[in-house]
Design a protein around this ligand. Sequence first.
Ligand code: ATP
Ligand code: MG
Length: 581
Amino acid sequence: MKALLALNPLIWKYRGRLFLGMVFVVFTNMFAVWAPSMIGEGVNALNEANTHFLVPMAEGQSPTLDQLELPRTLAFLADTLGWAWQGLDAPTSRETVLDFVLWVGALQAVFYLLAFLVKGGFSFLTRQTIIVMSRLVEYDLKRDIYGHYQVLDSSFYKRHDTGDLMNRISEDVSHVRMYLGPAIMYSMNLVVLVALVVTVMLSIDPVLTLFALLPLPFMSLGIYFISANIHRKSDARQKAQSRVSSFVQQHIAGIRVLKSFNRERDAAERFDDETAAYKVRVLDLVKVEAMFMPLIVLLVGLSTILTIYVGGQRVVGGHLELGHIFQFVFYVNLLTWPFASIGWVTSLIQKASASQARINAFLDVLPDIASPDSAQGVGDIQGRISFQGVGLTYPDSGIRALEDISFELEPGQTLAVIGRTGSGKSTLAQMVARLYDPTDGDVQLDGTSLRDFPLKNLRASIGYVPQDVFLFSDSIRGNIAFGVNDATMAEIEQAAKDADVHENIAAFPEGYETLLGERGVNLSGGQKQRISIARAILKRPRILIFDDCLSAVDTETEANILGNLKRIMEGRTSLIVSHRV
Ligand code: ATP
Ligand code: MG
């Protein structure tokens, strides 16, 4: 439960809505409780008309209607509006009484409907305030979490798998929202409704109240156990389901490998196993879910039977009026969902607090790579890079990737890094962009240790072509302009020309607007590499890093690009990683 306290500032932020919501909850329930009394009073009036008038009349007496008690609501209206009983205080006929009874009944029914209409209106407003508040908090939480994702460094992402990180922002947040929305709303509803209903019930008949309410706590308890069980089982189902989806996702992504290795049969069998496991989980869940409604119906039924039986005896004993039994039956039904919701809400809150604890733990992770903010402009960076006895051991794998590397690179100079695979070239390139901090020694830019250099400025001055190309599901134009907010079309085309990919792009029917990615065009390895180069040089950065960026292009294209790069690298510090001399 403690974890949920972290939400209090957000709840406080939307306190106005929450408070309004509470007011609406009170109004909703006042009308909900008032409505059944229309039925009770209506029936009482009819019953009275029968026993005091119709029966005596049948026995030949002629009673007058003047002392007839009207239902409270009607009497109140009659008083305020100054209605009189003309025509009714005289000795009456059977027809007059029946007419009267009909009118009372009809009016009570109209009041009943009106009460529900108003109740519905308030319950709409309750949702509009409390549920909307939970959605707003959900939005804030998602924004915070995504913001935090972007702050964390690469070693964090090495430690966590993508699915788990996706869950924080989708599933965990939605559990928390269920606490803020429905859980808070139903809890408030329960408190107000029980207070109102029980007060009214006690004022009518304490003994009957006791019997009518007796089964309800058992219902709460039962629902709590069933809900907790349902949650456990639906977690298991959820896990089985994500195994199925990630299986399908992997095998669709790798469909070409799958087919060329003739593994369809084997894959189908493994898929069968996964779906069979999923089926078992689902059936498991359905069995428990199936007990939910019957339990409610059983206990409510029990409550209703007790109310009618005990109520009947009380009426016979003269402690209660007939109409009140009806009213009590309505109240029992009114209390059903709130009492059921105690169990449900309890397990919602447990789930939410587990989720919030995960979210808190995540938000508390601080990035290892952080930097002081600074007003220093990017333009001031010269691009003098120096490595001083740099060594790096990857924290998660313990692999010693670099050992005692030292060099000085003056602004405008180019460094070529050549070495065997796995020798640490990419690691070195990444350290210039400070994706990792050195374990030994120091990396400096313009004589300042990178640890003291504002990260924003550092990265703004670097154009990086990573070894494994990553392009976003966006247009080619969008991908090339990724690093620059206000690039003109001419600049984009120039960058593409320099990377020798302009002609390829122009050959697509939609040119620079061609969409890449899942539902777009698939580019060849060399085309992707060159777009990635164009993306880096469009930035016109002080420092250029090319990590094996020509591995997938033919020699002629390579010569073209190198020719262009010579011009572009003029005056910029460059670091070129390659296998080939
Ligand atoms: P190639 O020429 O194949 O690209 P490389 O010289 O670029 O190789 P690096 O990618 O720098 O080599 O890797 C150097 C060593 O560090 C390798 O042994 C690799 O397994 C390890 N390594 C690389 N990246 C990570 C990482 N993120 N976490 C842990 N170990 C890593
Ligand atoms: Mg590499």
